[in-house]
Design a protein around this ligand. Structure first.
Ligand code: ASP
Length: 326
């Protein structure tokens, strides 16, 4: 992470020629390794600034519209915190039932409305591809904060930043993803993003009906990243550097009986973690609903609460970049 030269354009004026100015963040597929290193460098600077001064005026006068059609705690509040720590302000629309969406307004029209008032829009929506539809309608940058079972690119960026901050590298790692790999959008984005790095091995552990989609497996395979699927964690836990645990996505199941069959399929606790390395981390995008026992929370390898904090720095970086300030 570069620390010697600052890439923040302090204090005023935006750089319209900056590479990321006005860009949408829709999918991790848009990032090269160099892009990722740049983003992590800016996030690292943001971390330093928050630690030193807390809040500063990089985005003073800028407005973010936070448009959430699905529930959110971390993504929505960390984007709000990110904007406010950068001196900007936020239009929060997390109860779309109180907006014109209930009157039948289309996503495109809602987006066209909000961009009259805001400089950047963060969108979470239950349909895959919705962020792209929004981006087509908008002149201002759209940041995809989760589009159904599609992608969650800003989560994958903060996940990778967490790995780099905690383990000091993103190459030469064995990453094991566990749980609902079919409906979990965070693992779809993370598997794709990690395939940019060298000597990465990806293990997928899930019940048979919740396997990683073929589309993601094929894309990762194209980058020559070794992948293996398992139904149990036992065999691969000792070699794992990052154990990425996910929640079974109850809201995505067509048949509730299927959810009942697989809920609680895996529970990480201190006993299960005994064969794991001393120097490894356990991550989770959260919320957890029983996949990680609270008994494990005090283990130094439990990185899921630190992971949330790293999310603030990454989202500050992304806002500054698309608004021409980094
Ligand atoms: N918060 C993450 C998401 O929005 C993970 C989850 O909900 O399980 O995808």
């Amino acid at each position: 992470m570069p620390t010697n030269s600052s890439s923040l354009h302090l204090p005023f004026g935006e750089n319209k020629n900056a590479q990321w100015y006005g860009k949408d963040i829709l999918s991790v597929k848009q990032f090269s390794r160099a892009d990722l290193e740049y983003i992590f460098g800016v996030a690292h600077e943001m971390r330093g600034m928050v630690e030193r001064v807390g809040t500063f005026d990089l985005l003073k006068g800028k407005i973010l519209a936070n448009l959430f059609y699905e529930p959110s705690t971390r993504t929505s509040s960390s984007f709000t915190a990110a904007m406010e720590r950068l001196g900007g302000s936020v239009i929060p629309i997390s109860e779309v039932k109180y907006s014109s969406v209930t009157k039948g307004e289309s996503l495109s029209d809602t987006i066209r409305t909000l961009e009259c008032y805001a400089d950047v829009i963060v969108l979470r929506h239950p349909e895959t591809g919705s962020a792209e539809i929004a981006a087509k309608a908008a002149k201002k940058p759209i940041l995809n904060a989760g589009d159904g079972v599609g992608e969650h690119p800003t989560q994958a960026l903060l996940d990778a930043f967490t790995i780099k901050a905690e383990l000091g590298k993103l190459d030469n790692l064995t990453v094991t993803m566990l749980g609902d790999l079919k409906y979990g959008r965070t693992v779809h984005s993370l598997a794709r993003l990690l395939s940019n790095f060298t000597n990465i091995k990806l293990n997928y552990v899930s019940p048979d009906i919740l396997k990683m989609p073929k589309e993601v497996l094929d894309e990762v395979a194209e980058k020559k990243v070794p992948q293996a699927e398992y139904s149990s964690l036992e065999k691969i836990l000792p070699e794992t550097d990052v154990l990425y645990v996910t929640r079974v996505q109850k809201e995505r199941f067509e048949d509730p009986a299927d959810y009942e069959k697989v809920k609680g399929a895996y529970v990480i606790d201190p006993e299960i973690m005994k064969p794991a390395k001393k120097e490894m981390i356990v991550m989770h995008p959260l919320p957890r609903v029983g996949e990680i026992s609270t008994d494990f929370d005090d283990d130094p390898r439990a990185a899921y609460f630190r992971q949330m904090e790293y999310g603030l720095y990454v989202r500050m970086a992304l806002l500054a970049m698309v608004l021409g300030k980094a």
